[in-house]
Ligand binder design. Structure first.
Ligand code: GLA
Length: 719
């Protein structure tokens, strides 16, 4: 039993994990346990923690362990819980060694080795510090060096410990077609958990990400201490916030332990997913910018190329099309200046044609009635029109009405002896199984081959979650949830080796797979099936708090909107979609001549500005939750160019114009302002020049007073 002696830590070892503006400090106490001492602004030499005194009772081991394990004197929420072969369920980790190495000039990795006092269990805590972005990525590597198998009952990625006067948690709840709604709550004593247990399609109801504002009762965009966190995992997750009796907050994040006890064979290692942390003293806006910069520069698959504008066939044609429908859409897309056409669901299945969601999934042969000329013909047609070609697949799924379901019933996720439930008329394939992994890879590969080298983009969908979990392949059913996600990642790795340049979208009934785990392999996400612009204000505002606009697909669709019935003006729809990866998702043949002319112009304008949206710094200017308007801006890294977008989302009285103060500009520079997509400019300053200082202090007051008035302004620094 470890006895923590009184008062002073008398730390022997202090470890600083530092970025340009932050320090995270770990240190050993007298009992050689690794403690989480600090996360915040730079504090200088970590040795200052040598004599630190917490004045907590020393015989209660509630001191902040860096990776709290169940057992010994520790009784709060653990990051690690292990059951050994002799039935012992205690683990007491002590420090063994650590090392720091340079991964590159601005990325450093520190690995700390811990070991259990009784068994041969080892845990490496790996912290990768991205100096410029102030991001620290943390995960644990658990190794069973003993002679017998052990069971991991809980195996989180990372734990941090904070001490502040108050903790405001901002998190993202929702549902299908209403993802990433922003909710704030001041944490109280006890445990708050954000989790998902649906196995796949895990991010509709919550997202594995959050912000914590310290000593602030509201989320401030520009001031105050904020920690943001996100887990890079596409399976079940659990984020726990436990405030104890001394008002310390312990945050533990990782894979959800729900039905997931994992046997670690002797000699085996389990590596947990990465948890991403950032800290700033400059409010939520800077926390988002840190994450965005880190993601774009270091982590997400898509790095450095601008997204193409596109037309997707789904809301325009659904399952009802033939070659002519599609070539007409390609003609229309090209004529409006779009750069890609994406053929969505409905192109496959012959014996069980995919004419509705009821049949065909699993049978990935081109439907010869709908497209007798084949996929290569369509891809070639698009290329000849000067645009790229993409296609939809949903390779993890099977309809009961399909040849695949009849041929391979053993491939379907099911609990032996129980009914298999359908969702959207479909079953899930068991990706824990190697043959299923091969099959899913082959669906992608064979689809690419159908295009004869002319498929530029794949929309990868996933339209159900796990129910009655179970696998006829696994001997240990509690590995199902984890091995499914690992199976998915292993397929994605193979795909990326063979198809490094294909753009791949992660779609899952809209935003059901929006996480950094997916974005390591996918270029972008389909933010939501709700394409209605007013709903999208809230969905995109929330999503882009964590995930950069360069990754979030944002389409203009028809009115009345198919999900909400709402009717919004085309300009409002275009202006809002232009704050993400712009696309269209409607039947262009149903547009009027005037609408097409407007669309062509708006697409052209977006092409001039998209480098700001996709590569620039996001500043949220007015929250849609605060009143009648939503406004945001993107500023180029050199501050010489910016795009401002503003939207009236409630009627509030015709005499009230918003005052929108800009951010992120250089006060010394002079900027010209030009409104785009508008015949009648809504701001009196259109075409004039203002100093950055004026725009920051005074701001703009466009006449956006009627519901769905909107504006986009291009700011350019004048020499
Ligand atoms: C899901 C997607 C949609 C569309 C349909 C096709 O709902 O989110 O965008 O691709 O499937 O069935």
């Amino acid at each position: 039993m470890l006895i923590v002696s009184s008062l002073a830590y008398a730390a022997q070892v202090q470890i600083a994990i530092s970025t340009d503006h932050t320090d995270m400090v770990l240190a050993t106490n007298k009992a050689n346990q690794l403690m989480f001492m600090y996360y915040g602004t730079k504090v200088g030499c970590p040795q200052q923690f040598e004599q630190f005194q917490s004045y907590r009772r020393s015989d209660y081991s509630t001191e902040p362990l860096a990776y709290p394990a169940r057992g010994g004197r520790f009784f709060n929420q653990p990051a690690l819980a292990v059951k050994y072969s002799d039935g012992d369920a205690n683990t007491e980790l002590t420090y063994s060694s650590h090392e720091t190495k340079n991964i590159s000039s601005d990325v450093k990795q520190t690995t700390v080795l811990l070991s259990d006092t009784k068994t041969s269990l080892e845990v490496q805590l790996v912290y990768t510090a991205y100096l410029k972005e102030d991001v620290i990525m943390a995960h644990a590597v658990i190794t069973n060096k003993g002679k017998k198998d052990i069971t991991l009952e809980n195996y989180a990625s990372s734990a941090i410990n904070l001490k502040a006067g108050s903790y405001l948690l901002t998190h993202y709840y929702g549902s299908w077609a209403r993802e990433m709604q922003v909710e704030h709550e001041l944490l109280t004593h006890g445990i708050k958990t954000i989790e998902n247990k649906m196995g796949v399609r895990t991010t509709h109801t919550e997202n594995p990400s959050f912000m914590l504002s310290l000593d602030n009762s509201s989320l401030d965009e520009n001031h105050g201490e904020v920690i943001a966190g996100a887990l890079a995992w596409s399976g079940n997750y659990k984020l726990q916030f436990q405030m104890d009796e001394t008002d310390r907050l312990s945050v533990i994040c990782g894979i959800n332990d729900y039905a997931s006890a994992y046997t670690l064979k002797k000699g085996a290692t389990f590596s947990t997913p990465e948890m991403i942390w950032t800290f700033t003293t400059s409010g939520a806006g800077q926390a988002s910018r840190n994450l965005h910069d880190w993601a774009r520069r270091h982590y997400i698959y898509s790095k450095g190329h601008l997204a193409y504008t596109l037309l997707n066939s789904w809301e325009g044609a659904y399952f009802d099309f033939n070659t002519k429908t599609l070539t007409d859409m390609i003609d229309d897309a090209a004529a409006m200046g779009l750069e890609m056409f994406v053929l969505d669901d409905g192109w496959f299945g012959n014996e069980y044609p995919r004419n509705s969601s009821r049949a065909g999934l699993g049978d990935w042969q081109t439907n010869t009635k709908k497209i007798p000329e084949g996929i290569a013909y369509l891809a070639d047609y698009a290329h000849k029109k000067g645009i790229k070609f993409g296609i939809w697949i949903e390779p993890e799924m099977v309809n009961p009405s399909s040849n695949l379901a009849h041929k391979h019933p053993e491939w379907i996720v099911k609990s032996s002896g129980r009914e298999i439930t359908t969702t959207r008329n479909q079953w899930l394939l068991d990706l824990t199984r190697p043959e299923v992994q091969d099959f899913v890879f082959s669906v992608f590969d064979e689809t690419m081959k159908k295009g004869e080298g002319k498929i530029d983009y794949i929309k990868w969908d996933c339209n159900r979650h796990v129910e009655s979990f179970g696998s006829t392949w696994l001997t240990e059913q509690s590995r199902f949830f984890v091995d499914y996600t690992l199976g998915l990642y292993s397929v994605m790795k193979r795909i990326r080796e063979k198809y490094p340049n294909t753009i791949i979208q992660s779609c899952s009934s809209g935003g059901g797979r929006v996480d950094f785990g997916a974005l390591e392999y996918f270029d972008e996400v389909w933010t939501s099936d709700n394409t209605e612009a007013l709903s999208r204000v809230f969905i995109q505002y929330g999503t882009n708090m964590i995930y950069p606009a360069a990754t979030t697909g944002s389409h203009v669709s028809a009115v009345p909107n198919h999900q909400t019935n709402n009717i919004t003006p085309l300009k409002f729809r275009f202006d809002l979609a232009s704050t993400g990866r712009l696309g269209m998702e409607l039947q262009p043949a149903n547009m009027t001549k005037e609408e097409r002319t407007f669309a062509a112009k708006a697409i052209q304008s977006y092409k001039q500005l998209r480098h700001l949206v996709q590569d620039g710094d996001l500043y949220r200017l007015v929250s849609p939750y605060d009143g009648n308007h939503y406004a945001l801006m993107y500023v180029s890294k050199d501050k010489k160019e910016a795009m401002v977008a503003a939207f009236c989302i409630h009627y509030q009285g015709r005499t009230k114009t918003p005052k929108i103060r800009l951010h992120g500009l250089d006060p010394q520079m002079k900027y010209s302002i030009e409104e785009i997509n508008n015949e009648k400019p809504s701001f009196w300053g259109n075409g004039k020049t203002f100093s950055g200082a004026w725009l920051i202090g005074q701001g703009i007051n466009p006449q956006l007073v009627k519901l769905y008035d909107s504006g986009i302004w291009h700011l350019k620094a004048q020499e």
